[in-house]
Write a protein that binds this ligand. Sequence first.
Ligand code: NDP
Ligand code: MG
Length: 393
Amino acid sequence: PTLRHVAVLGATGSIGGNTLDVIARHPERFRASVLTAHSNVAALAELCVRHRPDLAVIADAALEGELARRLATAGVRCDIASGHDAITAAVSGTLCDTVVAAIVGAAGLDSTLAAARTGKRLLLANKESIVMAGPLLLEALAAGDGDLIPVDSEHNAIFQCLPGGRPDLKGNGVRRLILTASGGPFRGRKRAELAGVTPEQACKHPNWVMGRKISVDSATLMNKGLEVIEAHHLFGATPDTIDVLVHPQSLVHSMVEYVDGSVLAQLGNPDMRTAIAHALAWPARVEAGVSPLDLATSAPLAFEQPDLGTFRCLALAFQALRAGGDAPAILNAANEVAVDAFLGGGLSFLGIADLVESVLAELPSQAVVDVQTLNERDRAAREAARRVLRNAC
Ligand code: NDP
Ligand code: MG
């Protein structure tokens, strides 16, 4: 196989770490050529010692000197850059042919778009960027003529259940996409039982170990809402053809229903390395270090309808998708502020949906024109959310 040069954006995160684990298993196929982080300079330096990239980028420019000192002390010779734009530049340049977009939140938008525009193989974990800028990302992909392979486990599952990995549903006889959801740590609870839940409880996911932001999103079901919007853009599915089914064991990662009644599912243990390895090696398959699925000893597979009255964020995401235009970007921005506030102790768990709802009501959707306008709307939504938070205190 030809060696893939991989830029791992968000290398110090949960997806970043899993990606580097898969890469290290196959030095003949993959090489981590670019590593980036936001501010965790110690972890980034350690990763550079282990993976010897050509370039390390720290988004917080104030930490470039410290990164340089740490790498010099460790005897690592690689280029160093800093700042948000340095990540985008690294993605666009010749150091990589493959980009793992695993920055969390809207901060990942510019680099995700750059990977698409320059025709790199884009492994998309950063779902916020496609939720925010779906049409622009699709345009950039068409212009760059590269591949997008979804890393989000549900979308990766759907990709695997479509004929020949053809990401578009048209002409494929698809009736419905069924996204599975674990239901998160609060599955089965009613609103009254959620009033006082803490960030620690919300971040204790039953099946997956993930970063704090997506863990809170999983607890509110906003994660599934973002994924519905992601599926709409990735596969061209209308809101009416995307269903969500709660499946607490997280072994069926999603399904595709065809017009003849066939339902194809992708199964596996809940370990992100499966989706990452699939996306890195596609169309080949490589070992990912994941223990084999043993259905004879696993818990019985169960499925149930989501409780949209309790987990209102999922309903709000469908509402934003149906509203169209930049409503998903507004939803995402308000949610990022709300999750931050919840993690910081400044907002209750149930307050997350209330805050998102009021920002959506305050900023009716507009057409998506370009990145600049979108970023302005993202800022306006964040300001509106902070105003609501201040007034509530
Ligand atoms: P983590 O919080 O574990 O990691 C986030 C990474 O992004 C870190 O490397 C962090 O750097 C970096 N980062 C944060 N803010 C910025 C910024 N402003 N500029 C540049 N880099 C930044 O998140 P996860 O790995 O859990 O999630 C990453 C993305 O993947 C999210 O969009 C999430 O929704 C998605 N995803 C995650 C899954 C999972 O299993 N974890 C599953 C499916 C999707 P630093 O360490 O320096 O702060
Ligand atoms: Mg997912």
